[in-house]
Design a protein around this ligand. Structure first.
Ligand code: PXP
Length: 245
């Protein structure tokens, strides 16, 4: 039996909508509370350097919801200080460029091993588990292991962006990377761009134990409501998982 597949709700774009009017509604913390009430397993938020969606006080509010909090951040001293204050369950280190619309690719762990190794250790010394957002490539997975990460989150964007045969090929890459991660002793998550149409096949990869999903869920909630969307996403994940040996 494959392990339970956790759903982490990324609430960044609840904050995007709030910030469009500069007020307090809709509140990402309220979204996390609703998620907790319907059985979602965790909450994720990306505190960007430019604070374009999530803000510092959101991180503190999200921690108080009581769900495991995954703090997405760039590997900077500023973010390390905030993580030390918030003390989330996990930090997911992502690359960040001010001019990008969203995270564009995985971290270059291989190229940045010397700076990442002590950064990972400083978070772990605070009792925080460390996840690295990486492309599904063996070299990056081995480097993640070498810098002492606990978790890798596989970048699912190339899979969700592709169609037809190319998408099937990307799914194979995810499956093989998840197997490699597991063999290396890394917990394996996946995220970015997942939708109702693309989640089931990823959920069928038994070596992946957590999916972090945000933009589609928040967008679809405009039409169906957040609770309905979360329940449907959960059902699709369960359907995918039931295909595991
Ligand atoms: N995981 C990581 C590391 C991300 O950067 C993002 C986007 O912020 C997500 C998951 C969620 O992606 P999406 O919002 O496209 O579902």
């Amino acid at each position: 039996m494959a392990e339970h597949l956790r759903l982490g709700l990324n609430v960044d774009h609840v904050a995007t909508l709030r910030n469009a009017r500069g007020g307090i509604h809709p509140d990402p913390v309220e979204a996390a509370r609703l998620a907790a009430a319907v059985g979602v397993d965790g909450v994720t938020a990306h505190l960007r350097e430019d604070r374009r969606h999530i803000r510092d006080d959101d991180m503190r509010g999200l921690k108080d919801v009581g769900l495991p909090l995954n703090f997405e951040m760039a590997a900077t001293d500023e973010m390390l200080g905030i993580a030390a204050d918030v003390l989330p369950n996990a930090c997911c280190l992502v690359p960040e460029r001010r001019e990008e619309l969203t995270t564009e690719g995985g971290l270059s762990v291989h190229a940045a091993q010397n700076s990442l190794r002590p950064f990972v250790a400083r978070l772990q010394d605070l009792g925080i588990r460390v996840s690295l957002f990486v492309d599904p490539e063996v070299r990056e997975l081995e480097a993640a292991r070498a810098v002492g990460a606990d978790i890798v989150e596989l970048h699912a964007g190339p899979y969700t962006d592709a169609t037809g045969e190319a998408r099937r090929a990307e799914l194979v890459r995810l499956r093989e990377a998840a197997r490699t991660a597991r063999t290396l002793g890394l917990e394996c998550h996946a995220g970015h761009g997942l939708t109702f149409d693309t989640v089931e096949d990823v959920a069928a990869i038994g070596d992946i134990v957590e999916l972090n999903i945000g933009h589609f869920i928040v967008g679809e909630a405009v039409f169906l409501g957040l609770e309905t969307v979360l329940r449907r996403m959960r059902a699709l994940m369960d359907a995918g998982r039931s295909r595991c040996p």
